[in-house]
Ligand binder design. Structure first.
Ligand SMILES: Cc1ncc(C[n+]2csc(CCOP(=O)(O)OP(=O)(O)O)c2C)c(N)n1
Ligand SMILES: [Mg+2]
Length: 328
C-alpha cells in the first residue's frame, strides 16, 4: 500500500504499530499451539483484526481506558498489557493478569487501562460510558474506548449507551469491529440497513466507516475521534471493516458459512503485509529490519510461554477469593 497522501504518522509510531501487530499475530498463533496441546481451553483468535485496536491505541495515553469482548487479545496487547502475564492468565497460572482465574475472555489489567475483556456480547458498552462519565466528572481529560463486534449491534444496550454518551457529551469512542460474522451469522442477514456507522446519525454523533484492515486508515480516523472526545466534544462511532481469518472459536468445525474466495479476498488485504509496504515506502524500515522486528516478536511470545509454564497454578486456598461464584 502506498499512502503518500497521508504521511502524518511519525516513524516511531509507525514502527510501534507494526511491532504491535506482528506481536499480536505471533501471540495468537502460539495460543493456537497451546490449545492444540490441551494447555489452553480454546480461544477466540484475533488474527486478521490486529489493525483495529493498534491504530486506535496509538493515540491513547496511560490513563485512557479500553474495554473489550470475548475476542480481546489484540486489544490487550495494543494497550500494553504484559505478554507474560497474558499467557500465564490463559494457562490458568497464578502470575496471570487475573491470577489465573479469568482466562482468555476476562483478561483485565486496570493499571494499564484495560478494564476487561468480557464474554457477554455487548456487556462492556455501558461500562465504557461509565468510565467516560468518571473521566468527565473528575476532569481527568482521559477517554474510554469500547470495542464490540457486529453481533453486539443487535443489543439494545448499545443504543442506550450511545444516547447517554451523546446527550452528556462523554469522552468515549464506540468501535464496532465488523468482521462480517457473529459466529456463523453474516451481518447482511441480521443487520437492517447494512451499516453500523449510519446508526450514529440518530444519536447526533459522527459515524465513520473505516477500512479496518489498514492500520494507517484506522490511525487517521481514530485520531479525530479521540481528539474530539478528549476535548469535550463528545462521542464518535467507528465501524471498522475487518475479517477474522480463523473460525469463531478454537474448536470450530470447517467454516461452511463462508467461501474460500471470500477468505482469499480479505487475506489479500492483510493489515500486516500492507504495513510492511508502508514502512518501506515511507523509508521507515527495510526488509532486514522488518525481519528483526518479526524475530523480536517471536522471542517475546516464546518467553511468555516459558514464563507461564514455569509459573505455579493458584493455591487451593485462593479458590474462593476474588471470584463471584463459590462452590461449596
Ligand atoms: C448476550 C450474549 N448472547 C450470545 C452469546 C453467545 N455468543 C458468543 S460470541 C457470539 C457472536 C459475537 O459476534 P460478534 O459480536 O460479531 O463478535 P466476533 O465473534 O465476530 O468477534 C455469540 C452470539 C454471548 N456470549 N452473549
Ligand atoms: Mg463479528
Amino acid at each position: 500500500m502506498t499512502n503518500s497522501k497521508k504521511t502524518g504518522i511519525d516513524k516511531s509510531t509507525a514502527l510501534w504499530m507494526y511491532q504491535t501487530m506482528i506481536t499480536t499475530r505471533k501471540f495468537e498463533a502460539e495460543c493456537r499451539r497451546q490449545a492444540d496441546q490441551g494447555k489452553l481451553r480454546g480461544m477466540h483468535s484475533s488474527i486478521g483484526q490486529e489493525a483495529v485496536p493498534t491504530g486506535i491505541c496509538a493515540h491513547l495515553k496511560d490513563g485512557d481506558q479500553i474495554l473489550g469482548t470475548h475476542r480481546s487479545h489484540h486489544h490487550c496487547i495494543a494497550k500494553g498489557v504484559n505478554l507474560n502475564e497474558m499467557m500465564a492468565e490463559l494457562l490458568g497460572k497464578a502470575t496471570g493478569t487475573n491470577k489465573g482465574k479469568g482466562g482468555t475472555m476476562h483478561i483485565a489489567d486496570i493499571n494499564k487501562g484495560m478494564l476487561g475483556a468480557n464474554g457477554v456480547v455487548g456487556s462492556n458498552i455501558p461500562v465504557a460510558v461509565g468510565a467516560a462519565l468518571t473521566a468527565k466528572l473528575k476532569k481527568s481529560q482521559n477517554v474510554s474506548v469500547v470495542f464490540f463486534g457486529d453481533g453486539a449491534v443487535g443489543q439494545g444496550v448499545l443504543y442506550e449507551s450511545m444516547n447517554l454518551a451523546s446527550i452528556w457529551k462523554l469522552p468515549v469512542v464506540f468501535v464496532c469491529e465488523n468482521n462480517r460474522y457473529a459466529e456463523a451469522t453474516p451481518f447482511e442477514y441480521s443487520m437492517a440497513g447494512q451499516s453500523v456507522a449510519k446508526r450514529a446519525t440518530g444519536f447526533d454523533m459522527p459515524g465513520i466507516n473505516v477500512d479496518g484492515q489498514s492500520v494507517v486508515e484506522m490511525y487517521h480516523a481514530s485520531k479525530i475521534a479521540i481528539q474530539k472526545a478528549r476535548s469535550g466534544e463528545g462521542p464518535t462511532l467507528i465501524e471498522a471493516m475487518t475479517y477474522r481469518y480463523q473460525g469463531h472459536f478454537g474448536a470450530d468445525p470447517p467454516l461452511t458459512y463462508r467461501t474460500e474466495e471470500e477468505e482469499a479476498l480479505y487475506k489479500s488485504k492483510d493489515c500486516i503485509r500492507r504495513m510492511k509496504s508502508y514502512l518501506i515506502d515511507m523509508g521507515y524500515s527495510d526488509e532486514e529490519k522488518i525481519l528483526e522486528m518479526d524475530e523480536k516478536a517471536q522471542i517475546a511470545v516464546s518467553e511468555s510461554v516459558k514464563f507461564a509454564d514455569e509459573s505455579p497454578f493458584p493455591n487451593l486456598e485462593e479458590l474462593h477469593t476474588e471470584v463471584y461464584v463459590k462452590y461449596e
